[in-house]
Design a protein around this ligand. Sequence first.
Ligand code: SF4
Length: 386
Amino acid sequence: MGEPSAGAGHALGVYLHVPFCARRCDYCAFATWAGLNHLSEAYIDACLTQLHRAYDEGLGPAATIFVGGGTPSQLPGSELARLLGAVHRQEGAEVTVECNPEDVTVGLLRTYAAAGVTRISLGVQSLAPHVLASLGRRHSPETVPRAVAAIGEVGFSSFSVDLIYGARGETDDDWVATLAGVLGLDPPPPHVSAYALQAEPGTTLWRDPDRHPDNDVQARRYEIADGVLDAAGLPWYEISNWSRPGHECRHNQNYWHEGEYLGVGCAAHSHLDGRRFWNIRTPERYLAAIAANHSAVAGEERLDSDQRLLESLELAVRTREGVDATALPDDEMLAGLVARDTSRAVLTLRGRLLANEVACRLQAPARIARDDAGRDCPDAVLPDGR
Ligand code: SF4
């Protein structure tokens, strides 16, 4: 097929996309569908075909595997295990599965553990019932401690809780109570991701301007989250991610370092050998392409070295490691947004709130050329790692 040709020896990631959900949440713009679970078995078969083709092309073993969606926990555990069993992996590979709290049982998690899963990412979003309702989520807060207790009982080496802030109807007190409730779970999560709610075009939320999030409120909620999580021993390591040392998500770190990864399944993106490509978006068309022995790839691009340098800086500046100090001008416009030592420039708390604005000042050759041509920087936006 002439698709993946991963270089052996790279820290390769494999992303497996599960495009099924029980119901579509009001804010969701991901490639996922409700009412298609009956396609699960055929979909896993197609993913396996895509994987086997990649191995025939010389794909190496994965250092990290991430099963996302969609809602992977909507799949029967045996189907997910069948898919994971086909992924070649290195010794000590990190294997993460995204789960919704209402799907989690000890039995399901034991099936995951037997398939080599090391890490669970739990979509909690909020512990306030009216906020969950406002987001269009189907779980209640009571499902969360039960799911976390099951994670503790089965004994994964790490897990993460995903949160969203800024829904209409959420107060600062609701947000503080959610953070406290999450940190008080048994066992407490060693990793938390927190994202600013976005009104993405085409979503139910987007069509309802009265419920659109307020930027000032979200900035305040971000500052609250950073203070609470840092004080609890989970410092930030990327704009939307906080963890105890040693519990960072290695799969996402590979993305932020412009590493190589293969995306398996509909709508999944890949980056191999300097080539970016992405798969057909809908499950039905993905299945049809694989069944017809065609490529699943819908499009591709190759970036030149200047573009790659700029992109790597844009990703790196969002992390706690920051960028080489010379990549950002030492001028008044960035005062208070960037902390510097002799070698690195790292976003301050205020800089994280204005990360896109800071990224506009990154000094890579391609960006300088575009700015000279009169390109405007976009308005400051809130941090959102998605
Ligand atoms: S559960 Fe997650 S992927 Fe599914 S619709 Fe809701 S936000 Fe989207």
